[in-house]
Design a protein around this ligand. Structure first.
Ligand code: ADP
Ligand code: MG
Length: 354
């Protein structure tokens, strides 16, 4: 990205320090596999781990996490739980993105040849507004029984996001951007988002631009996903379309997403699930988090390590077809990780750190 040079990267003795937020549910086991794999492959990354107590009403843990990412410039995370029912304690995931101004979520949604799914050849980038819109968290009960919830769209943030999406399309050889909205009903808020995207589109004449209403978009995705290339959308619609696409290609356990701002980047499993019900059972699919680790390695420009890990993941999923139950297999999480390590063994000399 064009902002890349600006990212602070904590590097001591040739090793990058990366903030690791295991989060709740399946987060600790999945981030644990990443640590194991990095150690085995001699990846020059040191994790600074910050645990966040889900039951606490205090934001101290979260502030430590934010300070750590500010120092290191980059993080890898599981989904952070917020168990407090107090309305003064907001979602830590949302707070983290807002505090670090991680204004865009980039989610590459694609199908795997080794996984049976509703559609093959899906290849869509969802570029999602990550710090305002429906997640503005401005809710209040004006009088008992009447709750108001503000959805906030600003020209400034909509413009920054639209430029990001069109630039992204340009740099990555993509042909079309589709703005996904509900401007027919939310005429002012989504209306502004759509209007801005149309204005910005004019600066990128070689990229085709169209728009689609969110509900029709969900139907079109299920019936003919090949019509989409890059999607540009608001916070809530972004998570909806991402989850629809994940359902089409094999579920929540495969893909990763990146959160970016001008200064920091944080990687995570794409659909941000906690996975409370499957935690600690050795059944969670580790692939989404491992793909997040590949994104992290690419971001740190550790190209060799990114390539060998990505290769080991794809061979495990597509050729060896070592699949956890969520994608129709009977392998355990550790079977998948061991198979990844087996492929990595062909590319690394254990004990040799490079
Ligand atoms: P949320 O955290 O949003 O409540 P859930 O944890 O309920 O989401 O996850 C949604 C669904 O996706 C659940 O059925 C969960 O088991 C499944 N899921 C999410 N991540 C994984 C994973 N890594 N491996 C297998 N299943 C997963
Ligand atoms: Mg749940």
């Amino acid at each position: 990205s064009q902002a890349k040079v600006k990212y602070p990267k904590a590097k001591y003795g040739g090793r990058s320090t990366v903030t690791l937020l295991p989060g709740g549910g399946i987060g600790p086991e999945l981030t644990g596999y990443v640590k194991e794999i990095f150690l085995y492959a001699g990846v020059p990354v040191v994790f600074e781990e910050v645990k966040i107590d889900p039951s606490s009403d205090s934001n101290e843990d979260l502030e430590n996490a934010i300070t750590s990412i500010r120092r290191n410039g980059v993080g890898l995370k599981g989904n952070i739980e917020t168990r407090s029912l107090s309305t003064s304690v907001m979602s830590r995931n949302v707070a983290l993105r807002n505090e670090l101004d991680l204004f865009v979520n980039v989610f590459h949604c694609y199908s795997f040849t080794g996984i049976q799914s509703r559609h093959q050849n899906v290849d869509i980038y969802v570029i999602r507004q990550n710090t305002e819109g429906e997640y503005a968290m401005a809710e209040h009960e004006s009088v008992p029984g009447v709750v108001e919830c503000l959805k906030i769209i600003t020209r400034e943030k909509a413009e920054r996001l639209a430029h990001y999406a069109f630039n992204f399309a340009r740099k990555n050889g993509r042909k079309k951007v589709t703005t996904v909205h509900k401007a027919n009903i939310m005429k002012l808020s989504d209306g502004l988002f759509l209007e801005v995207s149309r204005e910005v589109a004019k600066h990128y004449p070689e990229i085709e631009h169209n728009d689609m209403i969110i509900d029709n978009c969900c139907m079109q995705l299920v019936s003919k996903p090949s019509q989409f290339d890059v999607m540009l959308t608001t916070n809530l619609y972004g998570t909806i379309v991402s989850n629809v696409i994940c359902g089409l290609i094999g579920g929540a356990g495969l893909l990763s997403g990146g959160n970016y701002g001008d200064h920091y980047a944080v990687f995570e499993p794409g659909t941000r699930n906690t996975g409370t019900a499957i935690a600690g059972k050795n059944v969670a699919n580790p692939i989404s988090m491992l793909n997040g680790a590949v994104d992290l390695l690419n971001h740190l420009e550790l190209d060799h390590h990114a390539r060998i890990l990505r290769d080991a993941i794809m061979k495990t999923v597509n050729e060896d077809q070592i699949h956890t139950p969520d994608v129709g297999g009977s392998a355990t999480s550790t079977d998948v990780v061991e198979n990844v390590l087996k492929h990595l063994a062909q590319n690394v000399k254990p004990g040799l750190v490079f």
